[in-house]
Ligand binder design. Structure first.
Ligand code: NA7
Length: 547
């Protein structure tokens, strides 16, 4: 039976950020519950059950730092955590803190409307349930809405079609003829995991990417002990670094060292592993200087040439563009193409023209016969998660999704939108790019401070104080994000971070690409100046302070 619920706060989503928000807001004494459209907690780590799904940041920092006990006791078997391991960890956090009883599953939010008289949000769910709440916290996840290729005749294909993010664990690839479209993180992980199991694997590659060995290996008891002993130091390093992954971020530029030393530094990191570390941990200017970027590209191309034996496959797999995407890490991706049953198909040269009942045809006339098509084609990132929800703020006219579709997803610090009081986002559009757990903790800490301050003001004045970003702040933040993106390679690439992967989407920096430390500095500064960027009385009087 649908019910009407009255709460202080509703958290929407139970992934990394929803669990964080629920736990902390309960701790802060709010009457809070969470809804989740899926049947289980985990967010991205529940739905992305495709073969080989793995976090590509190190396991010891791919977790919350707030639970000091779990940091010490929860095992990290390997240097990276797989999807089942991360899901088990999140479930464990939920059970340990007894959070499940505040969660409602299979409950999808479809609409939310701000009532300016009652000063509350009314949230409608697909189940018919209605929530009336003072604070609406959306923790929907940055990579939720699949981006699907528009292939003529796909409905005639008689095999299975799946997107990596909606993987059905009952799918069996063993002995099948499988096609994978796309070679971002999801495609690279899928290809590597299934190549040895399938009858044939056709990998449809539009833009080859640079991938670096992850070096995923068992964590030794000594390493674990050393990490445990240094955890507080590790976290303070993570929180004051640009990417938030516990590696040293050097200040030396690539050209400041000799060609031989350059090669040695790159080789050392290649052996140690991780694409993010190679991009940010070797030199300070790989993303900001074209010549430095090209030198690292050259290094990786040489590696690809040394691994992939077949010249035709090698040509298709070798990137020519600058390294301007989210870095990839792999467990032997290029090596898979040395198998006779694995094909690299250049769909930039010969695009997919149609699907037939038997497979995919490319522009050279060839039909690639398939039993399963796996779309590893990525996401309508950040604001895509909001496209299926009708959110209406103070303005009577345009709703949030239409405004964002028209003008780009303006969102102050990835958490607040002008005209939408008390709607607070965890990891919303224009949040910072970095290792997600620290991103969640930085955003969550700020969100709690906003709510605490608003509650204090409400108690002092006897009038509900709303949390609402000013138009100025939202515009300034958009400008800062776009200007920052223009200074680095990712800002110029076709990455999902710029919205360039989805035809028709507004091209804009969907994330702040200036580093976790800079982001944290900016929000702490805004707070220190009296919550600059928020409407008075929470923030200063309009116009008195800008970012
Ligand atoms: P990505 O990184 O956006 O990769 C998507 C891949 O799919 C990429 O190779 C795309 O080629 C390809 N793609 C997308 N649309 C098409 C169409 N229509 N035809 C052919 N190929 C296509 O998504 P992932 O899921 O791998 O990773 C997303 C993030 O998840 C990742 O960065 C991590 O943060 C976790 P393109 O490059 O556009 O030519």
């Amino acid at each position: 039976m649908p019910q009407e619920h009255h709460l202080d706060t509703l958290v929407v989503g139970t992934g990394f950020s929803g669990i964080y928000a629920l736990y902390h807001l309960l701790k802060d004494g709010l009457n809070v519950e969470a809804i989740e459209k899926e049947s289980e907690v985990g967010g991205a780590w529940w739905v992305n059950q495709y073969p080989g799904a793995l976090s590509d940041t190190w396991s010891h920092v791919y977790r919350y730092s707030f639970d000091k006990d779990l940091l010490q006791t929860y095992p990290a078997a390997r240097t990276y955590s797989s999807q089942p391991e991360i899901l088990a960890y999140l479930k464990h956090v939920v059970e340990k803190h007894d959070l499940r009883r505040y969660m409602h599953f299979n409950t999808k939010m479809v609409a939310a409307k701000w009532d300016d008289e009652a000063k509350k949000w009314t949230v409608q769910c697909q189940t018919g349930d209605v929530y009336r709440v003072k604070y609406l916290i959306t923790a929907l996840g940055p990579l939720v809405k699949p981006s699907l290729p528009d292939i003529r005749g796909l409905d005639t294909f008689k095999g299975q079609i799946v997107h990596t993010s909606t993987w059905d664990p009952s799918i069996r690839v063993e002995g099948k003829r499988v096609g994978v479209i796309g070679v971002g993180s999801s495609g690279v992980q899928t290809v590597t995991a299934i190549a040895s199991k399938v009858k044939s694997l056709h990998v449809f590659i539009r833009t080859p990417q640079y991938s670096v060995p992850a070096n995923n290996r068992p964590m030794t008891p000594e390493e674990r002990q050393s990490i445990n002993e240094r955890y507080s130091q590790i976290w303070s390093g993570v929180m004051s670094s640009a990417f938030g992954m516990d590696f040293h971020e050097p200040t030396r530029t690539l050209m400041s060292v000799s060609p031989q030393e350059r090669e040695e530094i790159l080789e050392k990191i290649w052996q140690a592993g991780n694409g993010i570390q190679l991009m940010f941990g070797a030199f300070s200017d790989v993303v900001s200087d074209e010549a430095a970027n090209e030198e690292v590209c050259r290094f990786i191309r040489k590696k690809i040439a040394g691994i992939v034996k077949d010249p035709q496959k090698r040509a298709v797999l070798t990137p020519r563009e600058p390294w301007n995407r989210r870095p990839l890490s792999d467990a032997g991706y290029y090596e898979q193409f040395n198998r006779e049953n694995v094909y690299a198909i250049d769909i930039k040269k010969y695009p997919i023209t149609e699907a037939t009942p038997d497979g995919l045809r490319t522009a050279d006339g060839r039909l690639h016969e398939l039993d399963i098509i796996i779309n590893a084609t990525g996401f309508d990132a950040l604001d895509g998660a909001y496209a299926g929800i009708d959110i209406r703020g103070r303005n009577k006219g345009e709703g949030l999704r239409d405004r964002w579709k028209r003008a780009g997803p303006d969102c102050y610090f990835g958490c607040a939108v002008a005209g939408y009081p008390n709607l607070l986002m965890m990891v919303g559009p224009r949040t910072v790019f970095g290792n997600i757990p620290p991103v969640v903790e930085i955003q969550g800490t700020f969100l709690r401070k906003l709510i605490r301050r608003a509650e204090e003001i409400s108690a002092q004045t006897g009038r509900q104080c709303e949390i609402e970003a000013t138009e100025h702040a939202v515009q300034d933040w958009t400008e800062i994000c776009n200007q920052t993106a223009q200074k680095i390679a990712i800002g110029k690439g076709n990455s999902w971070m710029m919205g360039r992967n989805v035809p028709g989407k507004v091209v804009t920096s969907l994330m702040f690409l200036g580093g976790l430390n800079a982001f944290r500095g900016k929000i702490e500064d805004a707070q220190a100046k009296g919550f600059v960027g928020f409407q008075s009385p929470l923030g200063p009087a309009e116009g008195t302070a800008r970012l």
